[in-house]
Design a binder for this molecule. Structure first.
Ligand code: BEZ
Length: 257
C-alpha cells in the first residue's frame, strides 16, 4: 500500500474496509501477476504491500510460505485477521537477508519515491536466482486524473503546490534500475488497462488524501468536486460509468548474483 514519502514516516493509514469496498478491483484484477509468479509448494515468498492479505492468501493456497509487509497498521491488522503472516514494514527498510525464493508486489511500488532503494532492498532479501514479480502503475498511468488534479490546483493558488506525484516509470527506466542492482529482466511490459470504478469521488477520497490533507474539509470536497466535474468529459459515460485510465508495468526479473 501507500509508501510515498515513507522514509519520513514509519507507518501510514488506510481504511481497510473502505479500500475493499471501493478498490477491491485492485486485488480482483491481479490474477495475471499471480500467474506470472507461479508459486510453488514450499517456496518462501514475500508480498510487498500486502494490504488486507487477499492476494497473499491466494498465493499461500499453492502451499508456499507467504510473509506480507505493509506500511499501514490497519491493513496489516486486517491481513492478520484474514490469516496472513503480515508485518508493518517498509520496502526500503527490511531486516531480511537472502531468504526469499520470490518477492511479489501488486499495485504498491508506484507509492515509493525511492525506487532504487526499494530495488536494492528487494535484491538483498532474495536468494541468488530468486525472482521478483511485480505489477504497479507504469508510464502514462491515470494521466487524465493527474491532468485534472493539476488543473484544479492551478485554479486555486491557495491550495499551494502540487508536484509530488506517484512513480510511474517507463520500461527502459525500470529495467535499467533492476539491472543496476543485479537483476536479469526476462519480461517487462507496459499494459494499458482501463479500469471500471464505482465513482471517481470515492477513488479521489481513497487515493489523493496525501495531496489534500493540508486543506480544510470543505476545500478537500471542493477539490474532489471540481476534479470529478473535469473528468466527467473524459472518464465517464452513461454506458460504461466511470473508468480510470490505468496503465500497468509488469515485471519478471531474476537476481543474478
Ligand atoms: C494504481 O494502482 O495505479 C494507482 C492507484 C492509486 C493511485 C495511483 C496509482
Amino acid at each position: 500500500m501507500k509508501e510515498k514519502k515513507m522514509n519520513r514516516q514509519k507507518t501510514n493509514s488506510w481504511n481497510a474496509e473502505k479500500y475493499r469496498k471501493h478498490a477491491g478491483f485492485v486485488s480482483d484484477l491481479a490474477s495475471p501477476v499471480v500467474e506470472l509468479l507461479n508459486p510453488k509448494e514450499g517456496e518462501k515468498i514475500l508480498d510487498l504491500g500486502c494490504g488486507d492479505g487477499i492476494l497473499g492468501l491466494e498465493i499461500a493456497k499453492y502451499k508456499a510460505e507467504v510473509i506480507g509487509i505493509d506500511l499501514s497498521e490497519n491493513m496489516v491488522a486486517k491481513a492478520r485477521e484474514n490469516g496472513l503472516n503480515a508485518r508493518v514494514m517498509s520496502v526500503t527498510d527490511m531486516p531480511f537477508n537472502q531468504e526469499f525464493d520470490a518477492v511479489f508486489s501488486n499495485a504498491m511500488l508506484h507509492w515509493v519515491n525511492e525506487p532504487k532503494l526499494a530495488v536494492e532492498n528487494i535484491a538483498k532479501v532474495l536468494k541468488v536466482g530468486g525472482r521478483f514479480i511485480a505489477e504497479f502503475g507504469g508510464y502514462g498511468n491515470i494521466s487524465s486524473i493527474i491532468k485534472a488534479m493539476r488543473e484544479v490546483f492551478k485554479r486555486h493558488p491557495e491550495y499551494g503546490e502540487i508536484d509530488d506525484f506517484w512513480y510511474f516509470p517507463t520500461t527502459d527506466e525500470y529495467k535499467s534500475i533492476l539491472e543496476e542492482y543485479g537483476f536479469e529482466v526476462r519480461y517487462i511490459e507496459l499494459i494499458p488497462r482501463p479500469t471500471p470504478i464505482d465513482d471517481i469521488a470515492n477513488w479521489l477520497i481513497l487515493f489523493t488524501n496525501g495531496f489534500t490533507k493540508h486543506l480544510s474539509d470543505s476545500k478537500q470536497k471542493q477539490f474532489r468536486d471540481e476534479v470529478r466535474e473535469l473528468l466527467k468529459e473524459t472518464n465517464y459515460s452513461p454506458k460504461d460509468g466511470w473508468v480510470a485510465d490505468y496503465v500497468r508495468i509488469r515485471v519478471e526479473a531474476y537476481k543474478e548474483c
